[in-house]
Design a protein around this ligand. Structure first.
Ligand code: GDP
Length: 195
């Protein structure tokens, strides 16, 4: 997939700011610091367009990127950061509900997890939450370069079993460092976007 054009459309704090264009989109979710921005930047071949927007204290927004004038990537604020207040957590929850429950343009979500670790309870909750809306999920197991080749199958199996990944969903090993998994991630996304 050649990305010729990419730009941020809006950092939306609420529904009324979402782009109205009827073009398909993919949401990107993941625990804070898991490597979500690095995943996005690698996919769109830009060094620093997606920033770690999810750092505590920063305004939580849904960041809409336009890719090749054809579709949107929607960067969802990270979750699972321990030092977030109850009220901020509740706000995050409302923001998720507002987006995932109703967004017609949404075709699938890429859920980024760390291939080195068993998915956390927050990861499990996020996966279940997306499935509750009957959304296709691509699980991106990132930081692939950080484990030995011999560990891959075992780690992938742990992720499948912990999240109880459904048969129709995809699990894609990925590295933002080496670009491994990028072609498969694009092929899978394009199937959802064009399907
Ligand atoms: P975010 O908070 O989920 O957006 O996380 P970032 O994309 O900022 O990544 C968090 C840290 O992990 C940064 O120091 C990245 O350089 C590092 N990182 C992210 N992806 C990879 C990867 O695939 N391989 C390696 N080795 N490091 C990564």
């Amino acid at each position: 997939m050649k990305v010729n054009y990419v730009d941020i459309v809006i950092s939306a704090a609420s529904k009324k700011q979402y782009p109205k264009d009827p073009i398909p989109e993919i949401a990107l979710a993941g625990r804070s610091n898991v490597g979500k921005s690095s995943f996005i930047n690698k996919m769109i071949q830009r060094k620093n367009l997606a920033r770690t927007s999810s750092k505590p204290g920063k305004t939580q927004t849904l960041n809409f990127y336009i890719i090749n004038e054809e579709f949107h990537f929607v960067d969802v604020p990270g979750y699972g950061y321990a030092k977030v207040s109850k009220s901020e957590r509740a706000k995050w929850g409302r923001m998720m509900e507002e987006y995932f429950a109703e967004r017609e343009q949404l075709r699938a979500t890429a859920l980024v997890v760390d291939i080195r670790h068993k998915p956390t309870e927050d990861d499990q909750m996020m996966y279940d939450y997306l499935k509750h809306f009957e959304l296709p999920v691509m699980v991106i197991a990132t930081k692939l370069d950080k484990i030995k080749k011999g560990q891959r199958q075992k780690q992938l199996k742990t992720i499948i079993q912990t999240l109880e990944i459904e048969d129709e969903d995809n699990l894609i090993p990925f590295s933002a460092e080496t670009g491994e998994g990028k072609d498969l991630a694009w092929r899978t996304m394009l199937q959802y976007l064009n399907g």
